[in-house]
Design a protein around this ligand. Sequence first.
Ligand code: AMP
Length: 457
Amino acid sequence: MSFSSLGLSDAIVRAVTEHGYTVPTPIQTQAIPAVLAGGDLLAGAQTGTGKTAGFTLPVLHRLSTDANGAAITSNSSTRPIRALILAPTRELAAQVEESVRAYSKYTKLNSTVIFGGVGINPQIKQLKHGVDILVATPGRLLDHMGQGTVDLSKVEILILDEADRMLDMGFIRDIKKVLAVLPPKRQNLLFSATFSEEIKALADGLLNKPAMIEVARRNSTVEVIKQKIHPVDRDKKHPMLSYLIKSNNWTQVLVFTRTKHGANKLVEQLGADGIGALAIHGNKSQSARTRALSEFKDGTLQVLVATDIAARGIDIDQLPHVVNYDLPNIPEDYVHRIGRTGRAGAKGEAVSLVCVDEHEMLKDIEKLIKQTLPREVIEGFEPDLNARAQPVQLRSGTGGHRNNSRAPAGAVVRVKTGGGGAKPRSAGPSGGGGGGGNRSGNAPRSAASHRSGGRGR
Ligand code: AMP
């Protein structure tokens, strides 16, 4: 199977081939002909499956060729927006647009991306200039709609990417406002990793007799990813991570923490150990996030520490190492996290540093992925078998479950130091480290401010 045999134009096949891809992934094999046929599509696919090219390539083909498949050469100076791609986060939007740009290289089409956290004026200028394909986060798109700086009246194709995450992040009303200004006759593509009742309701209202495709959930494709659990005491996580990075000579490591505070603290600790690290999370400015991501991608930054929302959609080819410094309290996030490695068949390694507080979370994860992960105790970091579990600090603004994602900040539990039955430590009462601690005086943020941090506004 090749891209040209799927019916894509030479210009697009050439750009994909230059990108290094010759064999379509399963989602591409199914989505490309379906989108080329012109109907609506409901696709179940996660990041890592090649879904972006799965919708980008046929959309580019449809916009750049006429009904006979010949290239459209006229280049009108008044270019209306013909395709709109909505994505939940700034990072994902930027990456999708990067793909659109790469794959449209040999067509006359142009694209731009708009998201919050950066100045609106350059975006207004871009939009005025004329754009064929617009990639946007919903919040910023609404800002432009409010200011009358974007015209969506000529959109022919709408793509909702990671629709489930957009709903999780509370974007449903924004999406509906966008839908209301689009021309009724258009092609709609909805991509989602999961199919909740909410997604089904959205799909029912949006899609007209859609083709339906679903590729294997990542849970079932993780065989290429070597997974390991390192049991460890909560206050030994940081020295263990430094040890692992140094002794294994890891040069490009993506580390997940549960909280923004934990991410910042770990960056400082690694820095003190001589390991270059930066954090990305919702409280970081867009420029800081972009810089960290690009340095990490080009290999100049050794460690990128991320929270789940910020990392959503990060696309780095063949990332060799993912570390769960804290286990996620939402089991599905484990699958998303480790999916950053072992992409498109490449081998990867995902290790989780698990302390006694996280045993229940580990159980939930193993239940979801239907496997028991191998445990490997590292010499010198043997956990105290008598240690008792303490409450863990969940990421601010969320409860322990997806359906409770608007739990008040009161869901944040401060880890007690030294108490709770944990083994007395000779190093003094500085327990509660390992990313689980929350310094007194560091007041929990409100749920609303946390959510806006990771959103596209
Ligand atoms: P996505 O699911 O769109 O985030 O893509 C996951 C990763 O797979 C990205 O790094 C893509 O560049 C890569 N990829 C996309 N299509 C292919 C392909 N046909 N062969 C190999 N890798 C691909």
